[in-house]
Design a protein around this ligand. Sequence first.
Ligand SMILES: [Zn+2]
Ligand SMILES: [Zn+2]
Length: 266
Amino acid sequence: MVGLLQRSYDHLLNLLFPPHCVYCGCFLPEHFGLPLFCTCCSQRFRCVDISFCGGCGVPVSAFALVDEVCLQCHLQRRPFDDAVTLGIYDGDLRQAVLRMKRVAEEPLVISMGVLLATKLEEWFGGVLPDVVVPVPMLWHRRIRRGVNNVEILAQSVAGTLQLPVVSNWVKYQRNCQKQSSLPMSLRQQNVRGAFRAVSRYDIKECHVLVIDDVMTTGATAGEVARVVKSAGVAKVTIAVVARGIGVQASPGILPRFLARLKRELL
Ligand SMILES: [Zn+2]
Ligand SMILES: [Zn+2]
C-alpha cells in the first residue's frame, strides 16, 4: 500500500515537474529518483571502457597495470591506500566538474555523487568505509564561490552509501594558493602542512573515504590522507569525480620496475 502511494506520488510529481537530465537538459519521461542523467550522459560519465590504477586512480592502459596498480604506485608509497574515479578530467566530464562549482548546479553535483557512490559500491564489494570526509575548502573561497560543491558531493555519496559524513573533521590551518593556479612541481609544497585534523573524533582503526571533485597530482588529497593517518586512521580511500593526468612517470621508472619484478620472481 505504501509502495503504491509512493508510485502515485512520484507520477504526480513527474506530471507537475517533468524531470530533465541535469547535464544535457533532455526530457526524461518516466524517470524516477537519482541520478537525474539521461542514458547517454550516464554512460559517458561512467567511462567503463578505460582502465584506472587502483592505487592512485590515474587512467592507464590495462597492459601497464600489475595487480591492478600502475608502475608509479608500485615504486612510490602514497599516503592513501587506494583511489577511485569516475573518469578522466577531459571532455564532458571536465565540463561537468567545472559546472559543479557554480551555485545553480547543485542538482548536477548531487546526481554526480550518486553515480560516484554506485562505482564505489562495486569497488568496496560490500565492505564499506566507516565515514566520509570532504576535502575542505578555504573560507574565503567558499564565500566567493557561494557554494561548497565538494561538501554537497560528499553528502550525496554518503547518503547513497548510508554512511556518516563529517565535514569539519579536517580543516585548513593556514592559507594557501589555489592548486590549479600553480605548476605541478609546486603543488605538493603548497599544501604541505595546510591541514589539521580535529581531535574530538574517535578515529582509531577507521576506514575513511575522502571525497573531492577532481584530482590531478594527488597532492591535496594526499595531504588530507597524511593528516588523518597521523591522527590514527587505519585506511584512506580517495574518491573523485574526475582524474587529471598529472602524474608523470619519472625517468628510469620502467627499468626500476622491471628490476624489482625480476627480484621478486627469482
Ligand atoms: Zn543527458
Ligand atoms: Zn597508480
